[in-house]
Write a protein that binds this ligand. Structure first.
Ligand code: NAP
Length: 247
């Protein structure tokens, strides 16, 4: 049976690489955006799109009700205002807490089986490096980091503890590559955007649950679990002829 997938964040840096990968793998994908114009442009390329703001709980429920997905993938961030961290940090934390809650509630309502969500690999509390997935989050960090970590914790708790939904959290490193604004690896846990997209595809295919660090080798995090259970590695890249869905 072809699995139906609902991709929230289809137009984002990771979503734009993940959507063609999912289609190539044979999944029936519905993407979500707030933008009517982007939805029309993508529908012109035969991609199913719905228009909804994740903070509008009823609109999210209607979108999932129409798509009836087996799997919900959450690749939402609100980082377009990155140039101004004072506004970007609370906005992104809100999408992780309220936005994730709305998606989870809608997924439960329509009987989706699984949810796979984007998190980050740099929210760990201090301690011995590299960090494994079982290490604690930095819940006692000072502001503004505490805002980010609380958002991450809310997202991960909602995804992992909303039975009967089976949850997967992908703790991504710092992105580089097409559409990310960074051409080269940077930060303590660099990650090419294509390898990030492949991790989500592999999580769907491997029926993998729980938390996975996703970053290059020599990062501040241990990634053996993803390499072993998802058969993921950091050199994965989209084929050159893959559909470009930039809008
Ligand atoms: N781990 C990392 O290092 C990491 C992770 C993610 C992003 N980033 C970086 O952050 C920058 C911006 O990321 P981005 O290009 O992905 O853009 P973004 O503005 O963060 O948006 C990401 C996705 O979330 C959707 N979205 C945002 N708010 C929404 C809402 N209220 N309701 C529904 N959908 C919503 C956007 O859809 P629409 O705008 O179409 O509605 C888009 O599909 C890039 O440089 C990227 O590389 C880094």
């Amino acid at each position: 049976m072809t699995k139906r997938i609902f991709l929230a964040g289809a137009t984002g840096a990771i979503g734009r690489r993940l959507l063609p990968l999912l289609l190539n793998a044979g999944y029936e994908v519905t993407g979500m955006t707030r933008s009517q114009a982007k939805a029309i442009a993508l529908r012109d390329r035969t991609i199913r799109m719905v228009v909804a703001d994740v903070f509008d709980a009823d609109a999210v429920k209607r979108a999932l009700d129409a798509a009836r997905p087996d799997v919900v993938i959450h690749q939402l961030t609100d980082l377009s205002a990155l140039a101004s961290p004072a506004t970007a940090i609370p906005r992104n934390a809100r999408i992780r807490s309220e936005g994730t809650r709305n998606l989870v509630n809608a997924a439960l309502m329509v009987g989706a089986r699984r949810i796979i969500a984007q998190s980050i690999a740099w929210a760990y509390a201090g301690g011995t490096l590299p960090h494994a997935e079982s290490d604690p989050l930095d819940m006692h960090a000072p502001e503004p980091r505490s805002i980010t970590v609380r958002g991450v914790s809310a997202l991960e708790n909602a995804v992992l503890h909303s039975p009967p939904l089976l949850g997967t959290v992908l703790r991504y490193g710092q992105l580089y590559g097409p559409g990310t604004g960074a051409d080269a690896p940077h930060g303590a846990a660099p990650l090419h955007v294509d390898a990030a997209a492949y991790a989500a595809l592999l999580a769907v295919q491997h029926e993998a649950y729980g938390i996975y660090n996703i970053a290059g080798r020599d990062a501040d995090v241990v990634t053996e679990k993803a390499r072993r259970e998802l058969e993921w590695h950091e050199d994965m890249r989209l084929p050159a002829d893959v559909m470009d869905i930039s809008v």
